[in-house]
Design a protein around this ligand. Sequence first.
Ligand SMILES: O=C(O)CCC(=O)C(=O)O
Length: 279
Amino acid sequence: MPKPLTEEQLKDAEICGYVFPVRTMDSGRVKEIRTTYEAVESRKGEDVPQLMSVKPHVLFKWLFLLGTTPKLSGALEDLVGPNILLTTCAIWPKDAGDPRFVTWHQGSAYFEHGPMDVWSAWIALTDSRFDDGCLKYLPGRHKNPEMIHEKTYNPQNMLSRGQKVLPGQFKVSGAIDEELEPGKCTFHHFQLAHTSEPNNSDRRRIGILFVFCPTHVKPTTELNSAILVRSEDKFGYWNSGPIPESGLDAAHLRHYNDFWKSYVNPENIFEAERSAASK
Ligand SMILES: O=C(O)CCC(=O)C(=O)O
């Protein structure tokens, strides 16, 4: 059977730390998912949490199904092998003219894993072009040592702690815009530096991110859970995350809220912050 990713794409993944664009859904499915998401979004603060930037896939079946869609896991199998865990998810909506942005950062600095064989898949539910504030990558940067981040807590920064690579550690001149059509996805290595600018267009931009790793990867903090999405887990390093059923389940909401509290707890210092503190 042909592999979802070509040899050339796999070579690019190794050298540059990303692969795009990969189609994961047709336009009918994209419309369905967007409508479902926007209906959930309109209930935020009622029965749905305000923030859906860490692990909302444990709450909603449609989101879990999107993260385990065969086109996605097929491509991931090419990147990380057959035994795949889904560790987290985040929804990234930017409204038309939205001034919010995401500073340069590496996912790896805020979720500890070892080894760092971890890949993110960012799926576009809308167009995501330069003017819409698409993702930008620094090709090849995933191979360099982790950079030092600071927390800015800037309310315009969409990252939970406004985390940002401290200046002087890289040059942005080679940055690549990851322009995507709805239903297409970009995969990036967890250590690849990325950013996104405000949405200067008159249309909404929505992306859904899922993070995956092979089962041999260990979480290096207690607070992590994952869901096995392909093959088997012979290692058992992760707590099993709950798989959502059709309605919002109270126990899943507790799991979500506990993880979120722990994620934003200032006492939980992550790797990049530790190195910054030791300099
Ligand atoms: O969607 C965005 O603009 C940022 C996404 C991001 O930072 C991430 O996927 O880690």
